[in-house]
Design a protein. Structure first.
Length: 291
């Protein structure tokens, strides 16, 4: 039931086609697993046209000197929030229109077949949800939801877009390139006159329901994921270098439980020295070959 859409390779590092021997090895790994725990990262979404941070030559860090917003800065500084939301406002129509690629659809199908026990994504792009995955934890939240830091009230990001438009009827800005989290690059001058709405319920600060850099994933969510991992018999990491500890800790836990670990990622990862299997291919090219 996987639809064959052409991948967008703009932000995908160059790599060789899958090696038949590697395909066979991953097939054996998946066949031997009854309750597969899968963790995905930005490398599964690059084929949907969403850039990542770390990919060699094409990631945000390689292409620009821009860095993502820090949690403390967002909470502390009204001008940081204004800059974040102005950039996010311009980027939202394009970012929210991205669609799942073949890799997302394969994982959804594995879940339907009872092969995939639980899926944890480090991505905030909602593509696994759009693909139809249900046994899913969004480790770092999702940009499609917004909440108030004061009263906790939640609204959809699409609803907030309408509030932005009402507050900024004549504001226009031309974007300079797209960033991984749905925002774009704007000049300080462009941002200066952008109006940011407060929480409609209490007047508090609105923040996307995502874990910004410098913030931590809730202990409740971490415990929940550890429980799902404890029920699993193997782990597959797809499209992540696992540089961020919030995801890496689950690979360490899997190693401690002596679970076999397969890694599918273009370029090196933190798991390479202890993974049972390391595959250097595109997720959307290799995963559909596994039956």
């Amino acid at each position: 039931s996987v639809s064959r859409t052409s991948p967008d390779l703009t932000f995908v590092p160059a790599c060789l086609p899958p090696d038949p021997v590697e395909v066979e090895e991953l097939q054996r790994f998946v066949s031997n697993s009854k309750r597969l725990f899968v963790m995905t990262g930005a490398g599964i979404s690059t084929e949907s046209g969403i850039p990542d941070y770390r990919s060699e030559g094409v990631g945000l860090y390689a292409r620009t000197d821009r860095r993502p917003v820090q949690h403390a800065e967002f909470v502390r500084s009204a001008s940081a929030r204004q800059r974040y939301w102005a950039r996010n406002f311009v980027g939202w129509p394009q970012f929210s229109s991205h669609q799942p690629n073949t890799a997302h659809l394969v994982l959804r199908d594995w879940e339907k077949l009872g092969k995939l026990h639980w899926l944890v994504t480090q991505n905030v792009d909602a593509l696994h949800t759009k693909a139809g995955s249900q046994r899913l934890t969004e480790l770092h939240g999702c940009t499609h939801r917004v909440f108030c830091l004061a009263c906790g009230d939640r609204i959809l990001r699409s609803e907030l877009q309408e509030h932005f438009e009402a507050l900024n009827p004549t504001w226009k800005a031309e974007a300079f390139g797209v960033a991984p989290d749905g925002d774009v690059f704007l000049t300080d001058e462009q941002v200066r006159s952008f109006q940011v709405p407060a929480c409609p319920k209490c007047g508090g600060i609105l923040k996307p329901d995502v874990t910004f850099f410098g913030d931590t994933v809730s202990q409740e969510k971490v415990s929940f994921v550890h429980q799902r991992l404890a029920e699993s018999d193997s782990m597959l990491v797809a499209g992540s270098s696992m540089q961020v500890y919030s995801g890496y800790r689950f690979a360490l836990a899997a190693r401690e439980k002596k679970l076999p670990i397969a890694v599918l990622n273009i370029g090196p990862t933190r798991l390479d020295h202890f993974a049972s299997l390391k595959l250097n291919s595109r997720c959307g090219e290799l995963l559909p070959l596994i039956v």
